[in-house]
Design a protein around this ligand. Structure first.
Ligand SMILES: *Cc1c(COP(=O)(O)O)cnc(C)c1O
Length: 264
């Protein structure tokens, strides 16, 4: 499945460039760069893998399952597409599925947890998707404001993952955000979606600490913090400067994708 020499050189060069831009914009702790390979051939993924890259993101369950079966088992797959409960089983069956970044319901959490193969030795990392821009076309739970957070669906789903889904580990929150925000927010303007996700994370983190105490911190997050997945090709540097832990870059590494009916 090797890529042509020209294509491999092109992908390799873009990956190197994006990596150094991620490094330069990072606030200190090493962020995770997820290379979003949807619709791109397995040969492109292999090129990045051979350059030492392990984290890849895919939006469609069947495409992910096929690529995972054909590519090295050391790859850490991130599912970043819309998650339907009826696809949870096929998704959970992928042995090297590392993170589901787009969980939005208790039902999907339970379906994933129950479908995890018994051979699996590590928990499946979960990010809950937040619809920070409130657009109808985007999925995700609503962001939190301090007043109603305790009774929010987000807090309920987070608690359910921690207490009733032993195969899952709640790692943090993810947003896509409005395109206008990423286009208009300059160096000085804050991107409202990033700020909203951070605020929601801070509120949820506080609630979880109150609910589960210090010892409960081993059951969620990373070093007792919830991670943030925000930032894509057009705005990953701004996202990193705003404190993102995980950025998802497709076009910047693999080039433009052909248009295809949106299902994410
Ligand atoms: C496709 C996709 C990306 C990558 O977008 P680019 O603009 O190509 O970097 C990131 N996140 C999600 C959820 C996506 O669906």
């Amino acid at each position: 499945m090797a890529a042509s020499i020209e294509r491999a050189a092109e992908v390799s060069q873009s990956l190197t460039e994006i990596r150094s831009r991620v490094q330069a914009a990072s606030l200190g702790s090493a962020p995770t760069l997820v290379a979003v390979s949807k619709i791109k051939p397995a040969s492109d993924i292999l090129t990045c893998y051979e350059d030492g890259h392990l984290d890849f993101g895919e939006n469609y369950v069947q495409e992910l399952a096929e690529k995972a079966a054909a590519l090295p088992a050391k790859i850490r797959w991130h599912f970043i597409g819309t998650l339907q409960s009826n696809k949870a089983k096929a998704l959970a069956a992928i042995p090297n599925l590392h993170t589901v970044q787009t969980l939005t319901s208790a039902k999907a959490a339970k379906a994933l947890d129950r479908a995890l193969p018994t051979e699996r030795t590590t928990p499946l990392n979960i990010l809950i998707q937040i619809n920070t821009s409130g657009e109808d076309v985007k999925s995700g739970l609503p962001p939190l404001t301090s007043s109603d957070a305790g009774s929010s669906e987000l807090f309920q789903v987070a608690k359910l993952i921690i207490t009733e889904c032993p195969g899952l580990r709640l790692q943090g929150l993810m947003t896509i955000g409005a395109l206008e925000q990423s286009l208009s927010a300059s160096e000085t303007d804050k991107n409202i979606d990033f700020e909203t996700l951070k605020e929601t994370r801070d509120i949820l983190q506080k609630l979880l600490r109150e609910e589960f105490g210090e010892s409960g911190q081993s059951k969620w997050g990373h070093d007792s913090k919830l991670l943030l997945s925000m930032g894509m090709s057009s705005d990953f540097e701004a996202a990193l400067k705003a404190g993102s832990d995980i950025v998802r870059v497709g076009t910047g590494i693999f080039g433009q994708r052909p248009k295809r009916p949106v299902e994410s």
